[in-house]
Design a protein around this ligand. Structure first.
Ligand SMILES: NC(=O)C1=CN([C@@H]2O[C@H](COP(=O)(O)OP(=O)(O)OC[C@H]3O[C@@H](n4cnc5c(N)ncnc54)[C@H](OP(=O)(O)O)[C@@H]3O)[C@@H](O)[C@H]2O)C=CC1
Ligand SMILES: O=C1O[C@H](COP(=O)(O)O)[C@@H](O)[C@H](O)[C@H]1O
Length: 486
């Protein structure tokens, strides 16, 4: 591994010492794309508006297939900043000084030209399709980067375990692991990180978060959004790769990991890695323990949606799923025998974005107390940000009749939107909120048996009308405790 590549371009090479408050350049590859406009630039706007990152220069780049210039780019940045009210002096300065450079990032000469334009410490954000990211990284490995450069790479990282390993290998040739930020914006969501506070800053939950007390854990991300014009990316990915392989496995890891001694990157990522290494498809049977489906025409959240297969840019023969479910086992002392049921789908009846820990029934409800129907549940909501507990109490009325009540705490969104948080991590050189190289490979290892079973046609592609609750035989509907290892 080296940080002194053979041909690092001149101006960026005279770097200040690490840790200083220094001028930095954020080079945004894929700046003309959807991610940059909707999520990344707004996150950046909020971050710079807090006063962090003084002296930041932003350079946006696109492939040059469309007509972009400095003026159009500045408008794009200003519009994105305006969506989050980022209009303070720092944000205004970033808008004033930002520039656009078009470049085919798979070509060495274009990359050299791009790098020559950068000053101070360099952060490169790859907001690019995965195949282009891989080719750009290979080209950068050949030409080299200035020491201290940090790379931010979007998910999905690679397109399968083999390509992820190969991309990790390429990156390791020219950037140390701690300077590689594999982005998972769920790790920047305040409620996701609050899983740590909830679990490890309280005495009452941790002792019961294990197989003695937990019947099952569900991680659910149901959206009402449909394809939203993202055919080019989504039709090659599908719900399992888009959401489960990355975001939902990260949430699973935070819920299932043991307490890290500190929250620094080495401890936190080490704990998550341990859990994911022990995770696999329930009973090693992806045919039995996965579901896939895609939406047909319907109405979701008051919007009429065409069938996924009829959306422009979709190849229906690829059989891309818009809803994926999988049941996983975490083979550790703590979790052996507890099913982790993961599900994400688009164009569903309502938003449901939460992790739910369902507890086992109490050993015995005393004779005389009636009306026990539901086990207690701990719910961690990601949108809206909310923490709640379903508990059985002797409710009003008959004092011996049980009622289930929900004790809830709502909190507003974090100080920064998720992309603001992950950008802050990269600017400050803290990879705690990014995914380590071995973990991303393990995440592919976990989902690959399912992808293979689907490719082989062993799991039928079901259909559900947009605006419905998804297929009727959901793996999440059996009562907790019904899923048993044989
Ligand atoms: N959009 C989203 O909501 C999310 C996206 N992501 C991830 O972010 C990444 C980007 O997604 P998204 O923005 O939606 O994709 P888009 O298709 O909207 O944008 C792709 C970008 O890549 C650029 N690009 C493509 N080929 C080249 C090339 N050879 N040289 C230089 N630039 C190139 C395009 O430039 P041009 O337009 O100029 O051709 C464009 O700016 C993907 O990995 C995706 O998985 C992750 C989370 C959410
Ligand atoms: O990464 C992605 O996440 C979004 C959902 O996350 P949110 O923070 O925008 O709610 C999902 O819609 C998208 O398909 C996926 O690529």
């Amino acid at each position: 591994m080296t940080t002194s590549p053979p041909s690092a371009p001149g101006p960026v090479a005279d770097l200040p010492a690490a840790g200083d408050r220094v001028s930095q350049t954020l080079l945004l590859l894929g700046g003309t794309g959807d991610l940059a406009a909707r999520l990344l630039l707004p996150g950046l706007g909020r971050l710079v508006d807090t006063g962090a990152q003084p002296g930041l220069t932003l350079i946006g780049s696109g492939s040059g297939t469309e007509d972009w210039d400095d003026e159009r780019w500045r408008r794009r940045v200003a519009d994105a900043f305006a969506t989050v009210g980022a209009d303070g002096p720092r944000a205004t300065e970033v808008v004033r000084t930002t520039r656009y450079v078009s470049a085919d990032v798979t070509r060495e000469e274009d990359l050299r030209r791009l790098l020559t334009d950068c000053r101070g410490r360099l952060v490169i954000f790859f907001a690019l399709p995965p195949m282009i990211t891989a080719r750009a990284a290979a080209a950068l490995a050949r030409i080299g980067l200035p020491p201290g450069t940090r790379l931010m790479l979007e998910k999905p990282f690679g397109t399968n375990a083999v390509s992820a390993r190969s991309l990790n290998g390429i990156l390791a040739r020219f950037v140390p692991e701690d300077q590689v930020h594999r982005i998972d914006h769920f790790l920047g969501k305040s409620t996701v990180m609050n899983i740590l506070g909830l679990r490890f800053a309280n005495r009452i939950f941790e002792p019961v978060l294990n197989s003695a007390h937990v019947a099952c854990v569900d991680v659910v991300f149901d959206e009402t959004l449909g394809l939203e014009g993202r055919a080019g990316y989504y039709d090659g990915a599908g719900a399992l790769v888009d959401m489960v392989q990355s975001h939902l496995l990260q949430v699973l890891a935070l819920i299932a990991m043991d307490a890290p001694p500190t929250l620094d990157a080495r401890d936190l990522r080490g704990r998550k890695a341990q859990v994911l290494r022990a995770t696999r498809v329930w009973d090693d049977d992806p045919v039995r323990w996965s579901r896939r489906a895609r939406y047909t025409a319907g109405e979701a959240a008051g919007r009429r949606l065409p069938a996924y297969a009829d959306e422009p840019g979709i190849d229906p023969n690829r059989e891309t799923e818009t809803l994926a479910e999988v049941v996983l086992a975490v083979d550790t002392w703590r979790w052996a025998g507890v099913p982790f049921r993961l599900r994400s789908g688009k164009a569903l009846a309502g938003k449901r974005e939460e992790a739910v820990v369902t507890f086992k029934q109490p050993p015995r409800v005393p004779t005389g107390l009636t009306g026990y129907e539901q086990p207690d549940r701990l719910r961690i909501g990601f949108g809206p940000d909310r923490l709640s507990l379903d508990v059985n109490i002797n409710g009003p009325g008959n004092p011996l009749e049980l009622d289930q009540v929900n004790l809830a705490a709502d909190f507003g969104p974090g100080e920064l939107p998720p992309y603001g948080e992950v950008l802050r991590g990269a600017f400050e050189g803290d990879p705690a909120l990014s995914v380590r190289g071995d973990t991303v490979e393990d995440s592919w290892r976990i989902v690959e048996p399912v992808l293979e079973a689907w490719r082989a046609g062993a799991v039928p592609l079901q259909e559900y009308p947009a605006g419905s609750h998804g297929p009727g035989d959901s793996l999440l509907t059996p009562a907790p405790g019904e899923l048993r290892r044989h």
